[in-house]
Design a protein around this ligand. Sequence first.
Ligand code: HEC
Ligand code: HEC
Length: 468
Amino acid sequence: MWTLKPFLFVLTLASSIALAEPDPASELKSLHFFRDGRGMNLSPGLLDHLESFRHRIQGTRLDETVLQTLTKRWGLQSVGGELIGLKNVSYQNLSVGVVGCVACHSGKAAGQHIVGIGNKNIDPGQIGIDGVNIESLFREFKRFSGRSTPEHREIEDRSLVLMKKLADPRLSAQTQGLVPVSLVGSWFYEMAGRPLPEHGFKGATKVPSWFGFGEKLKVGQFADGIGQGHPPGWIIGVEITAGQTPENVRAYQHEIERAAELIAQLKPPRYPFGIDLERAERGRATFEKTCAKCHGTYERDVADQPIYKEPRMVEWEKVGTDTDRLDYVDASFLEVVRASPLADLIQLSPYAGKRMWVAPRLHAIWARFPYLHNASVPTLRDLLEPAVKRPKFFSLKNAGEKSRFDPKNMGLTRTSRDRASATRNLLGGRNRDIYDTRLQGQSNQGHEKGTTLPATEKDELIEYLKTL
Ligand code: HEC
Ligand code: HEC
């Protein structure tokens, strides 16, 4: 009988390979909605130039410098020298560099690249500031070299408009890893033919986790649950901001549904280091007593995969975190959303404008630091401290690399740079990779939950959170 074993093993292996579904993560990696020359793109040829330049200098210090600029300055992730979320698409014989969803919706934690967590360093504001210069220079260069065609110029013009939007101080954050909701919001004001609001709120938000999105859709999209789940039109928010037309969006509506399905299929990555299961089990009891009434409970199915559940909505008063994001959603915003030419696809949920938060489901929470919607708290242990004791500044440099992962406190390590940069920031300089909780929308106030637990119970709670 024993001779059959290897054979059976090969058979099961073969059938599991044959039955394996296409991996949603790899499909999502190439997802973008650049259509008919519109979407999130760079000037035609620009990425080609960059790539061929990098090819020529491959393996040299200069290539490292270029890569460092793109990763450290713009926050793009690189895996094995390849930039994530940036690719060439051919359109009308032009080669156009397109920015995909995973430029923001994938990131690293403890050195591991994960599709479905937010990019901790992405910096649309810096991309915009540099992009305006690069795009302007590049178009001069092409006109000079006589390689510009009318289609060319149209796409070029639109990508310059996008860069200007990204650089607009009303629509950009001052810190890496934050994307203001006012950026997408601006499209609705444009469509309504109204000027941008003067209230000054921007609603800077970190890029949220995608795990359990199918269940979340049943409640509401975004940090405040503002978006109706079906149809899931909100998810192309950045594309419409980038110049997509309503007609285009309608033409690929089924692809948006498909994207929502793929996103819902993603599975959270396991905590990559050891877990003390006994302490974690004690931590579970603490969690269920102290946290579960908002964050729910967590179970796994027979295949040991997490069972996704609907998140709960919580009134702002019950957590008291920074209000800038909620303040952006005022009566005039709701009005322009309801009046938009895509009002049938991009709808408001019953929670819109109610000043409530979604209490996020905590799958792969070990990888989702810095914590809270505005990424203002560097570790879970800091989140379990009263706000006055949380760090006022912290460094985001290499935030996703292994060297910056602190398994004890779960989140970012403290660095000597934190304090030095704090002083520099106080003196007026601004480092976009230093998180400064004094900036608008970046306060680390609120969510003082579990702060009075004894130290051992906090340790156990953190151990439990590693299992989610
Ligand atoms: C510039 C960065 C950026 C890009 C590019 C981007 N997103 Fe997002 N996305 C965000 C941010 C920030 C939020 C959270 C906004 C909020 O809650 O206020 C978000 C929210 C979402 C959500 C809602 C998650 C939830 O918890 O409700 C989905 C789904 C989503 N994006 C899908 C996409 C898809 C699909 C693409 C590609 C077409 C894309 N995003 C491109 C930044 C980005
Ligand atoms: C009263 C409801 C409530 C309770 C109780 C509560 N939370 Fe939360 N929690 C929230 C809400 C709402 C948010 C989102 C707030 C925000 O981002 O501004 C949140 C955010 C978080 C986040 C950040 C998630 C992310 O993606 O950054 C973590 C981690 C967290 N809670 C852990 C806990 C733990 C651990 C406990 C128990 C000690 C707890 N919470 C108790 C409502 C609650």
